[in-house]
Design a protein around this ligand. Structure first.
Ligand code: AMP
Length: 432
């Protein structure tokens, strides 16, 4: 019956997959700590108007939007940045700069489900607010690169562009922001011809169309070469020249800081969100066509939400896509070997003793389960094996009289009587 299937675009994560998601989230959180990003938790449900203000048409159309029982127009968050900008504009107005915030959680978009694309997905999110310096952009790139390295991904590259290039050209030509947004959306979807047609319809000059055409073709792995060409191409547009310069400075700083990653610089690259004003980037691995993460600079959003003018830059690595990439590159999780103990009472009378022992072992931070199915010892031992227990503790009346239990090493299939007093030490000794 269809109600027993997950809703289209939604997934169950069984233990092995859930472990991977939580592993990536844990590494992302540790990284936030190492870089001084403090975690915040924001609601899944936000006002529709907040989420739609600058998200871009595509995201707007795909929001899970509804009226709540109080008649409020709300939506499930499709991204974190709007919520973080709201926080900064309202509750953190006077926080010392730069503000560095981290969050992680589930997001919702009514995307067409396909490989790597779902309607519920997970992101880690790092936002650095208050600095317009290129070293802030550099930090976000560095941190993203660091995350990928810590997860053990080997081959990857950053696709990089700058919103100021295209916007600089179009603004100087007098194209209104709304029209610019439409052009950007088409570029984001790689519908270049339609984007140029729309630009023509916006009464731009011949020179503008020629410049845009060249900008769309200017791309390559050698960042300094690409940016040299770009600077020449946009020479008639001052803001676009400044944007190219800004990108050059960020990438030079990153290289000087010895932060190494492959880049593909594309000056005609655009991203779906309308709030970007500066550098934009996405992260790719060769095995998967879709991006693993994306980010960029958005200097006007916090002001738009009524906050102080606050330049900001951030990145959102997609947690489940990172897991996908790790699977593709056969990266194993670096989870330390832990002991796992199953306590088996040999008869009913010893059930409470088994529970008592389990509490003592857990105090020593040893994961313990107690046999709960009333099985006989031999059956319980094969079940312990199936569950991947490293040890079994068999609680029998004879040993108990001497203050002992039987400790069985499941791998070696050896067992010996052990004093209860030293049980946790003996178990930890085996797995250290
Ligand atoms: P965005 O918020 O659109 O910049 O996306 C940032 C990252 O979130 C992407 O690179 C993906 O890793 C992830 N992401 C976005 N949309 C989806 C989706 N529908 N399903 C899974 N992951 C997604």
């Amino acid at each position: 019956m269809s109600q027993f299937k997950t809703v289209r675009g939604m997934r169950d994560f069984l233990p092995k997959d859930a472990e991977k998601i939580r592993y990536v989230e844990k590494i992302a959180r540790e990284l936030a700590h190492l870089y001084g990003y403090e975690e915040v938790i924001t609601p899944v449900v936000e006002h529709y108007d907040l989420l739609s203000a600058k998200s871009g048409e595509e995201i707007r159309e795909r929001m899970y939007a509804f009226s709540d029982m109080g008649g409020r127009r709300v939506a499930l968050r499709p991204e974190f940045t709007a919520s973080i900008a709201r926080l900064i504009a309202t509750k953190m107005r006077n926080a010392p700069k730069p503000m560095k915030l981290f969050c992680a959680g589930s997001l919702y978009r009514y995307d067409e489900p396909q490989y790597g694309r779902f309607r519920e997905f997970w992101q880690a999110n790092y936002e650095l607010m208050g600095s317009s310096e290129p070293e802030a952009d550099m930090e976000i790139l560095t941190l993203t690169n660091d995350l990928i390295g810590r997860l053990g991904l080997r081959r990857y590259w950053f696709k990089i562009g700058h919103m100021g290039i295209l916007r600089g050209i179009l603004s100087q030509e007098g194209v209104a922001e709304g029209q610019q947004n439409l052009i950007m959306q088409l570029l984001d979807k790689k519908r270049w011809d339609e984007a140029l047609t729309l630009a023509r319809e916006s009464n731009v000059s011949q020179n503008c169309i020629a410049t845009l055409k060249k900008i769309l073709e200017t791309k390559g792995k050698d960042a300094s070469q690409v940016l040299k060409t770009a600077k020449r191409v946009v020479a008639d547009y001052d803001d676009a020249v400044a944007a190219v310069e800004n990108l050059r400075e960020i990438l030079e700083l990153t290289a000087e800081g010895n932060v190494k990653f492959e880049t593909l610089v594309e000056t005609g690259f655009a991203r779906g969100f309308e709030y970007y004003t500066g550098i934009i980037f996405e992260l790719y691995v060769p095995e998967i066509e879709i991006a693993l993460g994306g980010g960029g600079r958005y200097d006007k959003l916090i002001e738009l939400f009524g906050g102080e003018p606050t330049p900001a830059v951030g990145v959102a690595p997609g947690i489940d896509r990172l897991v996908l990439a790790m699977d593709k590159q056969k990266v194993s999780l670096k989870i330390s070997e832990e002991s796992k103990v199953m306590i088996i009472p040999v008869d009913e009378k010893l059930r409470t003793k088994a529970v008592e022992l389990s509490l003592t072992l857990r105090k020593a931070k040893i994961p313990v389960e107690v046999e709960l199915m009333g099985r006989k010892v031999s059956k319980a031992l094969s079940d312990a094996d199936r569950r991947g227990a490293t040890h079994a503790v068999i609680v029998g009346p004879e040993e108990l009289k001497e203050g002992k239990v039987v400790l069985r090493d499941m791998k070696k299939r050896e067992q010996r009587p052990v004093e209860i007093k030293t049980l946790s030490k003996e178990i930890l000794k085996d797995t250290s």
